[in-house]
Design a protein around this ligand. Structure first.
Ligand code: ADP
Ligand code: MG
Length: 273
């Protein structure tokens, strides 16, 4: 058995919990409507775990990621990171977005160095060495002096990955970081991300609406449903790494997750309108 489905249990604190999300609910009130984006989310994430959140557009994936990052505050509940309540953004929880938001006026090297600005414990020379190490990690050392407009989309996301990893955050939060890339580039990055994760063992939460991507990358895939956003089911994936997104094993796991997603969408018909 490679993927075990289970309904999502209540989050309980364990000594190894890196992140603990307890009873998180969130509403957005606009002049036109009152939207409940998240309803009573409970989740415990272990040190070094790779979690993928999947679900249709509007089910609250980005809102949950923003709350974990401390960029948005929940209306109910709380998030604990290393047993501390998250009250705002911190350098140990970094977010990487779909649009890599690199600075066009800086070189590739300069962009990765910029990510280290908030690490005053390092000398400039140390920061240079750390930046160079991470550019090697993503295979871009030859492009250190290039500017962003000279790079392909896949290379830009690699720079963004190096910039996010360089400050050594304890938790890396990724919001559909590969969604804008072509399929071949994305597949190469699946291998790169697995390789980097195996070497660095960061705690990662990646948001995706691509179920194959989630089955390829995650230790645990959490299925969300919309209106209001809820965690519905989790799939533990024990396939050996590196996984090939096109392998029959990954496809089989993805099919089971898709079936679960469809079932939960039927239960939340407003999401289809
Ligand atoms: P996802 O990332 O899964 O597509 P989001 O977290 O972006 O979903 O959104 C969840 C719900 O909350 C959606 O119905 C969306 O319209 C609503 N929402 C998100 N951000 C805001 C906001 N700033 N103001 C009003 N509604 C919002
Ligand atoms: Mg989103």
């Amino acid at each position: 058995m490679t993927a075990a489905a289970a309904t999502v249990p209540e989050a309980t604190a364990s000594p190894a919990a890196k992140l603990l999300i307890e009873g998180v609910s969130k509403w957005f009130r606009t002049s036109r409507a009152d939207v409940q984006a998240l309803d009573n989310i409970n989740l415990s994430v272990g040190e070094g775990e790779f979690i993928c959140l999947v679900g249709p557009s509007g089910c609250g994936k980005s809102t949950l990621l923003d709350i974990i990052a401390g960029l948005t505050m929940p209306d109910q509940g709380r998030v604990l990171a290393d047993d501390q309540v998250v009250a705002g953004p911190g350098r140990h929880r970094l977010v990487m977005f779909q649009d890599s938001a690199l600075f066009p006026w800086l070189t590739v090297f300069g962009n990765v160095m910029f990510g280290l600005k908030r690490n005053p414990e390092f000398t400039r020379q140390q920061r240079r060495e750390i930046a160079a190490f991470h550019l090697r990690l993503v295979g871009l050392e030859k492009f250190a002096k290039s500017y962003v407009h000279e790079l392909s989309g896949g290379m830009r996301q690699r720079v963004a990955l190096a910039r996010s990893l360089a400050p050594d955050p304890r938790v890396l939060l990724m919001d559909e970081p590969l969604a804008a890339l072509d399929a071949l580039t994305r597949e190469q990055l699946y291998f790169d991300i697995q390789d980097i994760w195996q070497r660095r063992r960061k705690t990662i939460i990646l948001v995706s609406h691509n179920v194959r991507e989630a089955a390829c990358l995650a230790d645990r895939v959490l299925v969300m449903s919309p209106s209001p956003g809820r965690l519905r089911e989790e799939f533990r994936i024990d396939l050996p790494r590196p996984r090939d997104v096109n392998s029959p094993e990954v496809a089989a796991v993805a099919n089971r997750i898709v079936t679960a997603l469809r079932g939960h969408l039927k239960a939340a018909p407003r999401a289809l309108q």
